[in-house]
Design a protein. Structure first.
Length: 462
């Protein structure tokens, strides 16, 4: 069962009417007549969105909004306020208490439903990045999360109005603002670096023109990650409903003043940054899961996955070469010079080999001093040349492990070529990868037995 909408309304007839209307739209509703009942209901079954009538008999609506968002797990609860002729002071107080919007009564059912669905979608987007749990080691430093960090904003308005934003550009300092029109937006915004938010002034645009402007901006590469805020969409037509069904972050009524515009732009900017930082943390986590932290190379997990894919696809015309690589006498480096010196050797060996790798090839660290190189589309003779190039890149000159200490390092390399002759069936990929890797490993052992610092070619598969 989906999460419920908490409807707080003093009049029983209005509660019943709204419950029926929302149910017809597929929304589940929990009713409450005032503050105490609302808080008890929210504790029992946390809502997805709260709709609060400002004409509450019991308790103050703004106090209720704060109290609901103070409950465990509800700090980001979306709240809609319904009010008769809400003044600027009430709107700002409600927004400061966490309300997403203050809707003027009477409100059309389709508009309220559109707002609720919009907030449910926004909550779902936030949940995408929080359901997996915190990633404290991957989060950005606190100073990079600060909303005050300057972020590029675009102000888009109809021709003749783009320069008249009622002091908004100045109020948003230190965030730089680029003013433009729908006709010039593609050119003006393409040159911006790191565009974070687009604000659109609806005044002077028709309903269809406004929707078309938003759709065009969504398609611009510069706006792909930006938040969108729309000002002044008239409540007389279906523009608010149509806009709320599109990808926007906030929608302000025509009468919203400068202070409210500034507050809601900064709020949308902060929400956009939370999402961006969470995505970046997840991306870093993914990279760390397939990267060796010491050398920066691919790790064993990624290498084996890639090897299985390429081994399954290899053919006689497009064979696959695999190199098992071992640093000769690495234990002596650790024992005589210490583990920090050993780490320095590993990093430099990885750097030199990676510099010698060609595009499309993969180099991975798969053990303490053991590396794996995967060379797609490489035959035996060419593969041996590539292996010799790696060996020589490391042996050519000593590795500095400290300002006064150098270590001479060599490699032993076992080479196997797979041309699609492995078994077939459901386990073909894993079987082919294991077979070619085992052959390369046997060749490596023969290289070490032959005196090290050499490349040995594996015998053909049986």
């Amino acid at each position: 069962m989906g999460k419920r909408i908490l409807l707080v309304e003093a009049a029983a007839s209005s509660r019943i009417l709204w419950t029926v209307r929302l149910a017809e739209a597929g929304l589940l509703v929990a009713q409450a007549s005032g503050m105490n009942a609302a808080l008890a209901t929210a504790r029992r079954e946390p809502p997805a969105v709260a709709v609060i009538d400002a004409d509450l008999v019991e308790g103050q609506p703004i106090g209720l909004a704060r109290a609901l968002r103070a409950l465990p797990g509800l700090s980001r609860l979306p709240v809609l306020m319904l009010a008769h002729c809400p003044g600027a002071a009430f709107r700002l107080a409600a927004l400061a208490a966490g309300a997403a919007e203050v809707l003027e009564k009477p409100i059309a059912p389709d508009c309220l439903i559109a707002w609720i669905r919009h907030l449910l979608r926004a909550s779902a987007r936030e949940a995408e990045f929080t359901e997996i749990g915190p990633l404290p080691a991957l989060e950005e430093p606190a100073e990079r999360q600060a909303p005050e960090r300057p972020g590029q904003i675009a102000l888009v308005g109809a021709e003749g109005r783009a320069g008249d934003w009622g002091g908004l550009a100045g109020a948003l300092a230190p965030h730089p603002c680029q003013r433009t029109t729908p006709a010039r937006a593609a050119d003006d915004l393409a040159a911006l670096q790191g565009l974070e938010l687009v604000a659109i002034e609806a005044a002077g645009m028709s309903e269809d023109g406004l929707v078309d402007c938003l759709a065009r901006l969504h398609c611009l590469p510069a706006c792909r990650e930006a938040a969108f805020v729309v000002f002044g969409a008239s409540g007389g037509g279906r523009a608010p409903v149509r806009l709320l069904e599109m990808r926007i972050d906030d929608l302000l009524p025509p009468g919203a003043g400068l202070a409210e515009r500034r507050l809601r732009i900064l709020r949308a900017l902060a929400a956009r940054r939370r999402r961006a930082e969470r995505r970046a943390a997840l991306r870093r986590g993914l990279e760390l899961s397939v990267t060796d932290p010491l050398t920066g190379l691919a790790n064993r997990r990624l290498a084996l996955h890639r090897l299985a894919e390429l081994a399954a696809a290899a053919t006689a015309a497009e064979p696959l070469a695999v190199l098992m690589i071992d640093i000769d006498h690495f234990k002596r480096v650790n024992d005589s010079l210490g583990h920090p010196a050993g780490d320095a050797v590993l990093r430099e060996v990885a750097r030199r080999m990676q510099a010698a790798m060609a595009e499309g090839e993969l180099l991975a660290r798969v053990g303490g001093e053991e590396f794996l190189a995967i060379l797609p589309g490489t035959r035996g003779g060419a593969a041996r040349d590539r292996a010799e190039a790696l060996r020589e890149a490391v042996a050519a000159r000593p590795i500095a492990v400290s300002p006064r200490v150098e270590a001479r390092v060599t490699l032993s390399i076992g080479l196997a070529v797979h041309a699609g002759e492995a078994r077939t069936g459901p386990d073909r990929a894993a079987g082919a990868a294991a077979e070619v890797m085992e052959r390369a490993d046997r060749a490596l052992r023969r290289a070490k037995a032959a005196g090290r610092n050499t490349v040995t070619l594996a015998r053909r598969a049986a």
